[in-house]
Ligand binder design. Structure first.
Ligand SMILES: NC(=O)c1ccc[n+]([C@@H]2O[C@H](COP(=O)([O-])OP(=O)(O)OC[C@H]3O[C@@H](n4cnc5c(N)ncnc54)[C@H](O)[C@@H]3O)[C@@H](O)[C@H]2O)c1
Ligand SMILES: [Zn+2]
Length: 289
Protein backbone atom coordinates (compact mmCIF):
# COMPACT_ATOMS: atom_id res chain seq x y z
CA UNK A 1 0.00 0.00 0.00
CA UNK A 2 1.13 3.51 -0.74
CA UNK A 3 2.20 5.45 2.34
CA UNK A 4 0.50 8.82 2.34
CA UNK A 5 1.48 9.93 5.84
CA UNK A 6 3.85 12.84 6.20
CA UNK A 7 4.63 15.52 8.71
CA UNK A 8 3.93 19.20 8.19
CA UNK A 9 6.46 21.34 10.07
CA UNK A 10 5.42 24.94 10.67
CA UNK A 11 8.05 26.97 12.47
CA UNK A 12 9.67 30.39 12.04
CA UNK A 13 13.30 29.71 11.11
CA UNK A 14 12.50 26.22 9.80
CA UNK A 15 14.24 27.02 6.51
CA UNK A 16 17.63 26.92 8.24
CA UNK A 17 16.82 23.54 9.76
CA UNK A 18 15.54 21.68 6.70
CA UNK A 19 18.65 19.48 6.69
CA UNK A 20 17.58 17.46 9.71
CA UNK A 21 14.00 16.99 8.55
CA UNK A 22 14.96 16.13 4.97
CA UNK A 23 17.56 13.56 6.05
CA UNK A 24 14.95 11.78 8.19
CA UNK A 25 12.07 12.01 5.70
CA UNK A 26 13.99 11.18 2.52
CA UNK A 27 17.07 9.08 1.98
CA UNK A 28 18.48 10.36 -1.30
CA UNK A 29 21.92 10.65 -2.84
CA UNK A 30 21.16 13.98 -4.46
CA UNK A 31 18.62 16.70 -4.07
CA UNK A 32 17.15 18.82 -6.86
CA UNK A 33 15.91 22.09 -5.42
CA UNK A 34 13.33 23.47 -7.87
CA UNK A 35 12.52 27.15 -7.33
CA UNK A 36 11.46 30.25 -9.28
CA UNK A 37 13.26 33.44 -10.27
CA UNK A 38 11.75 35.43 -7.36
CA UNK A 39 12.17 32.93 -4.54
CA UNK A 40 15.49 31.37 -5.64
CA UNK A 41 17.66 34.47 -5.19
CA UNK A 42 16.11 35.05 -1.75
CA UNK A 43 16.19 31.58 -0.22
CA UNK A 44 17.90 28.89 -2.32
CA UNK A 45 21.35 29.48 -0.82
CA UNK A 46 19.96 29.14 2.70
CA UNK A 47 18.41 25.81 1.77
CA UNK A 48 21.70 24.70 0.23
CA UNK A 49 23.52 25.64 3.43
CA UNK A 50 20.93 23.88 5.56
CA UNK A 51 21.63 20.75 3.50
CA UNK A 52 25.40 21.05 3.95
CA UNK A 53 27.16 17.78 3.30
CA UNK A 54 24.51 16.68 0.78
CA UNK A 55 24.74 16.96 -3.01
CA UNK A 56 22.38 19.77 -3.98
CA UNK A 57 21.58 21.22 -7.42
CA UNK A 58 19.33 24.25 -7.80
CA UNK A 59 17.05 24.48 -10.85
CA UNK A 60 15.38 27.87 -11.34
CA UNK A 61 12.27 28.35 -13.49
CA UNK A 62 10.67 31.66 -14.51
CA UNK A 63 8.08 32.86 -11.96
CA UNK A 64 4.34 32.90 -12.56
CA UNK A 65 1.38 30.75 -13.48
CA UNK A 66 2.05 31.10 -17.21
CA UNK A 67 5.22 29.07 -16.75
CA UNK A 68 3.44 26.17 -15.00
CA UNK A 69 3.53 24.24 -18.26
CA UNK A 70 4.68 21.03 -19.88
CA UNK A 71 7.49 23.07 -21.49
CA UNK A 72 8.87 24.08 -18.08
CA UNK A 73 8.40 20.50 -16.83
CA UNK A 74 10.41 19.29 -19.86
CA UNK A 75 13.14 21.86 -19.25
CA UNK A 76 13.55 20.86 -15.59
CA UNK A 77 13.52 17.12 -16.24
CA UNK A 78 16.04 17.57 -19.11
CA UNK A 79 18.31 19.61 -16.83
CA UNK A 80 18.08 16.92 -14.15
CA UNK A 81 18.97 14.23 -16.69
CA UNK A 82 21.89 16.32 -17.98
CA UNK A 83 23.10 16.76 -14.41
CA UNK A 84 23.04 12.99 -13.97
CA UNK A 85 20.13 12.66 -11.57
CA UNK A 86 18.81 9.12 -11.28
CA UNK A 87 16.35 7.06 -9.29
CA UNK A 88 18.20 7.84 -6.06
CA UNK A 89 17.53 11.57 -6.32
CA UNK A 90 14.80 13.57 -4.63
CA UNK A 91 13.04 16.83 -5.45
CA UNK A 92 12.67 19.77 -3.08
CA UNK A 93 10.03 22.33 -4.15
CA UNK A 94 11.01 25.79 -2.88
CA UNK A 95 8.36 28.38 -3.78
CA UNK A 96 4.69 29.18 -4.03
CA UNK A 97 1.94 26.96 -5.34
CA UNK A 98 3.19 27.24 -8.92
CA UNK A 99 6.58 25.76 -8.01
CA UNK A 100 4.90 23.24 -5.69
CA UNK A 101 2.63 21.95 -8.44
CA UNK A 102 5.34 21.97 -11.12
CA UNK A 103 8.14 20.46 -9.01
CA UNK A 104 5.64 17.99 -7.62
CA UNK A 105 4.81 16.86 -11.13
CA UNK A 106 8.53 16.58 -11.88
CA UNK A 107 8.93 14.38 -8.77
CA UNK A 108 5.88 12.30 -9.74
CA UNK A 109 7.23 11.54 -13.19
CA UNK A 110 11.04 11.66 -13.08
CA UNK A 111 12.24 8.03 -13.26
CA UNK A 112 8.58 7.07 -12.68
CA UNK A 113 8.59 8.91 -9.38
CA UNK A 114 11.16 10.13 -6.84
CA UNK A 115 10.55 11.49 -3.31
CA UNK A 116 9.34 15.05 -2.87
CA UNK A 117 9.72 17.58 -0.05
CA UNK A 118 7.61 20.74 -0.15
CA UNK A 119 9.11 23.99 1.14
CA UNK A 120 6.14 26.31 0.51
CA UNK A 121 7.05 30.02 0.57
CA UNK A 122 3.70 31.71 -0.17
CA UNK A 123 0.85 31.76 2.32
CA UNK A 124 -1.42 30.00 -0.17
CA UNK A 125 1.12 27.23 -0.66
CA UNK A 126 1.66 26.83 3.11
CA UNK A 127 -1.97 26.37 4.04
CA UNK A 128 -3.47 24.90 0.89
CA UNK A 129 -1.41 23.97 -2.17
CA UNK A 130 1.36 21.98 -0.43
CA UNK A 131 -1.19 19.72 1.30
CA UNK A 132 -3.00 16.87 -0.41
CA UNK A 133 -0.53 15.50 -2.94
CA UNK A 134 -2.03 17.04 -6.05
CA UNK A 135 0.56 18.01 -8.67
CA UNK A 136 -0.06 19.39 -12.15
CA UNK A 137 0.82 21.69 -15.00
CA UNK A 138 -1.50 23.82 -17.12
CA UNK A 139 -2.17 23.38 -20.84
CA UNK A 140 -3.67 25.77 -23.40
CA UNK A 141 -6.99 23.97 -22.76
CA UNK A 142 -7.03 24.91 -19.09
CA UNK A 143 -5.47 24.83 -15.62
CA UNK A 144 -4.08 21.69 -13.96
CA UNK A 145 -5.15 19.40 -16.79
CA UNK A 146 -2.05 17.21 -16.81
CA UNK A 147 -0.81 15.97 -13.47
CA UNK A 148 -0.61 13.22 -10.90
CA UNK A 149 -1.16 12.48 -7.24
CA UNK A 150 2.23 12.40 -5.54
CA UNK A 151 2.32 12.89 -1.79
CA UNK A 152 5.29 14.70 -0.28
CA UNK A 153 7.53 12.95 2.23
CA UNK A 154 7.49 16.12 4.33
CA UNK A 155 6.23 19.70 4.21
CA UNK A 156 8.32 22.38 5.89
CA UNK A 157 6.79 25.85 6.17
CA UNK A 158 8.82 28.75 7.55
CA UNK A 159 6.41 31.67 8.13
CA UNK A 160 9.39 34.04 8.44
CA UNK A 161 9.82 33.94 4.64
CA UNK A 162 6.39 35.58 4.26
CA UNK A 163 8.14 38.85 5.13
CA UNK A 164 9.14 39.15 1.46
CA UNK A 165 5.81 37.99 -0.01
CA UNK A 166 4.01 40.86 -1.84
CA UNK A 167 1.02 42.08 0.17
CA UNK A 168 -1.50 41.21 -2.57
CA UNK A 169 -0.23 37.61 -2.48
CA UNK A 170 -0.50 37.64 1.30
CA UNK A 171 -4.15 38.71 1.08
CA UNK A 172 -4.89 36.08 -1.57
CA UNK A 173 -3.54 33.41 0.78
CA UNK A 174 -5.61 34.65 3.72
CA UNK A 175 -8.74 34.12 1.60
CA UNK A 176 -8.19 30.36 1.62
CA UNK A 177 -7.76 30.45 5.42
CA UNK A 178 -11.07 32.35 5.68
CA UNK A 179 -12.61 29.63 3.55
CA UNK A 180 -11.37 26.97 6.00
CA UNK A 181 -13.07 28.96 8.74
CA UNK A 182 -16.35 29.24 6.86
CA UNK A 183 -16.57 25.56 5.99
CA UNK A 184 -15.23 24.06 9.21
CA UNK A 185 -14.85 26.27 12.26
CA UNK A 186 -16.30 29.61 13.39
CA UNK A 187 -13.43 30.28 15.82
CA UNK A 188 -10.88 29.89 13.03
CA UNK A 189 -12.90 32.25 10.84
CA UNK A 190 -12.91 34.91 13.58
CA UNK A 191 -9.15 34.52 14.19
CA UNK A 192 -8.36 34.82 10.48
CA UNK A 193 -10.77 37.74 9.98
CA UNK A 194 -9.12 39.68 12.82
CA UNK A 195 -5.71 39.13 11.21
CA UNK A 196 -6.91 39.81 7.67
CA UNK A 197 -8.32 43.22 8.46
CA UNK A 198 -4.92 44.39 9.73
CA UNK A 199 -2.84 43.13 6.81
CA UNK A 200 -2.88 46.40 4.86
CA UNK A 201 -1.23 48.22 7.77
CA UNK A 202 1.06 45.55 9.19
CA UNK A 203 1.82 41.87 8.75
CA UNK A 204 0.69 39.47 11.44
CA UNK A 205 3.61 38.40 13.63
CA UNK A 206 5.18 34.98 13.05
CA UNK A 207 3.36 33.38 15.96
CA UNK A 208 -0.10 34.58 14.92
CA UNK A 209 0.33 33.52 11.31
CA UNK A 210 1.90 30.19 12.36
CA UNK A 211 -1.22 29.40 14.42
CA UNK A 212 -3.47 30.26 11.48
CA UNK A 213 -1.45 28.13 9.07
CA UNK A 214 -1.44 25.22 11.52
CA UNK A 215 -5.21 25.27 12.02
CA UNK A 216 -5.85 25.66 8.29
CA UNK A 217 -3.54 22.72 7.54
CA UNK A 218 -5.42 20.61 10.10
CA UNK A 219 -8.77 21.47 8.52
CA UNK A 220 -7.52 21.01 4.96
CA UNK A 221 -5.89 17.64 5.69
CA UNK A 222 -8.81 16.40 7.79
CA UNK A 223 -11.06 17.03 4.82
CA UNK A 224 -8.67 15.70 2.19
CA UNK A 225 -7.35 12.63 4.04
CA UNK A 226 -9.19 12.31 7.26
CA UNK A 227 -12.34 10.98 8.68
CA UNK A 228 -14.42 12.57 6.00
CA UNK A 229 -14.43 9.78 3.46
CA UNK A 230 -17.54 10.91 1.67
CA UNK A 231 -16.82 13.02 -1.35
CA UNK A 232 -19.41 15.58 -0.23
CA UNK A 233 -17.09 16.83 2.49
CA UNK A 234 -14.17 17.30 0.12
CA UNK A 235 -16.43 19.39 -2.07
CA UNK A 236 -16.75 21.98 0.71
CA UNK A 237 -13.15 22.97 -0.08
CA UNK A 238 -14.56 24.31 -3.33
CA UNK A 239 -16.56 26.94 -1.46
CA UNK A 240 -16.18 30.22 -3.34
CA UNK A 241 -14.37 28.44 -6.17
CA UNK A 242 -17.19 27.74 -8.65
CA UNK A 243 -17.93 31.42 -9.08
CA UNK A 244 -14.35 32.37 -8.21
CA UNK A 245 -12.91 30.35 -11.09
CA UNK A 246 -15.42 31.90 -13.51
CA UNK A 247 -14.45 35.41 -12.35
CA UNK A 248 -10.75 34.56 -12.50
CA UNK A 249 -11.18 33.31 -16.06
CA UNK A 250 -13.32 36.29 -17.15
CA UNK A 251 -10.71 38.71 -15.77
CA UNK A 252 -8.19 37.09 -18.11
CA UNK A 253 -6.31 36.10 -14.93
CA UNK A 254 -5.73 39.77 -14.07
CA UNK A 255 -7.30 38.96 -10.70
CA UNK A 256 -5.33 36.73 -8.35
CA UNK A 257 -6.94 33.38 -7.57
CA UNK A 258 -7.50 34.45 -3.94
CA UNK A 259 -9.10 37.74 -4.99
CA UNK A 260 -11.52 35.94 -7.30
CA UNK A 261 -12.31 33.36 -4.60
CA UNK A 262 -13.01 36.15 -2.10
CA UNK A 263 -15.67 37.53 -4.46
CA UNK A 264 -16.88 33.99 -5.13
CA UNK A 265 -17.35 33.31 -1.41
CA UNK A 266 -19.50 36.43 -1.01
CA UNK A 267 -21.68 35.57 -4.01
CA UNK A 268 -22.03 31.89 -3.12
CA UNK A 269 -22.90 32.73 0.51
CA UNK A 270 -25.56 35.13 -0.81
CA UNK A 271 -27.05 32.37 -2.94
CA UNK A 272 -26.84 29.90 -0.02
CA UNK A 273 -28.79 32.31 2.18
CA UNK A 274 -31.43 32.77 -0.49
CA UNK A 275 -32.00 29.08 -1.02
CA UNK A 276 -32.01 28.58 2.73
CA UNK A 277 -28.87 26.46 3.23
CA UNK A 278 -26.93 29.15 5.10
CA UNK A 279 -28.00 31.24 8.09
CA UNK A 280 -29.12 34.82 7.42
CA UNK A 281 -26.16 37.18 7.79
CA UNK A 282 -23.55 34.66 6.61
CA UNK A 283 -22.75 36.60 3.44
CA UNK A 284 -22.51 39.90 5.36
CA UNK A 285 -20.10 38.37 7.87
CA UNK A 286 -17.86 37.06 5.06
CA UNK A 287 -17.98 40.40 3.23
CA UNK A 288 -17.00 42.25 6.40
CA UNK A 289 -13.91 40.07 6.77
N1 LIG B 1 -1.97 21.35 -5.56
C1 LIG B 1 -2.98 21.92 -4.94
O1 LIG B 1 -3.73 21.25 -4.21
C2 LIG B 1 -3.22 23.38 -5.14
C3 LIG B 1 -4.14 24.04 -4.32
C4 LIG B 1 -4.32 25.41 -4.50
C5 LIG B 1 -3.58 26.09 -5.46
N2 LIG B 1 -2.70 25.42 -6.25
C6 LIG B 1 -1.92 26.11 -7.27
O2 LIG B 1 -1.09 27.07 -6.63
C7 LIG B 1 -0.79 28.09 -7.58
C8 LIG B 1 -0.89 29.42 -6.91
O3 LIG B 1 0.07 29.48 -5.87
P1 LIG B 1 0.63 30.87 -5.31
O4 LIG B 1 -0.50 31.76 -5.03
O5 LIG B 1 1.60 30.55 -4.25
O6 LIG B 1 1.33 31.48 -6.60
P2 LIG B 1 2.88 31.57 -7.04
O7 LIG B 1 3.57 30.31 -6.81
O8 LIG B 1 2.86 32.12 -8.40
O9 LIG B 1 3.46 32.65 -6.02
C9 LIG B 1 2.99 33.97 -6.09
C10 LIG B 1 4.14 34.96 -6.37
O10 LIG B 1 4.85 35.17 -5.15
C11 LIG B 1 6.23 34.89 -5.34
N3 LIG B 1 6.68 34.37 -4.05
C12 LIG B 1 6.35 33.19 -3.47
N4 LIG B 1 6.86 33.13 -2.23
C13 LIG B 1 7.55 34.28 -2.02
C14 LIG B 1 8.29 34.82 -0.93
N5 LIG B 1 8.39 34.17 0.25
N6 LIG B 1 8.87 36.03 -1.08
C15 LIG B 1 8.73 36.71 -2.24
N7 LIG B 1 8.02 36.28 -3.31
C16 LIG B 1 7.44 35.07 -3.19
C17 LIG B 1 6.29 33.94 -6.50
O11 LIG B 1 7.53 34.01 -7.15
C18 LIG B 1 5.15 34.47 -7.38
O12 LIG B 1 5.60 35.57 -8.11
C19 LIG B 1 -1.74 27.90 -8.73
O13 LIG B 1 -1.04 27.38 -9.83
C20 LIG B 1 -2.74 26.89 -8.23
O14 LIG B 1 -3.25 26.07 -9.26
C21 LIG B 1 -2.51 24.08 -6.09
ZN1 LIG C 1 -8.28 28.14 -4.02
Amino acid sequence: MLDTTYRVHILPGALDAVGGVVRVAVRAHRYAVVTDANVGPLYAERVREALAGQAVDVFTVPAGERHKTRETWAAVTDQMLDAGFGRDGAVIALGGGVVGDLAGFVAATFMRGVPLVQLPTSLLAMLDASIGGKTAVDTPAGKNLVGAFHHPSAVIADPAVLATLPVAQYRAGITEALKHGVIAEAAHFEAVAATASAIGRRRPDDRAISAIIARSVEIESAIVYGDYRESGRRKTLNFGHTIGHAIEHLSGYALLHGEAVAIGMCVEADIAERIGVAAAGTADRIRAA
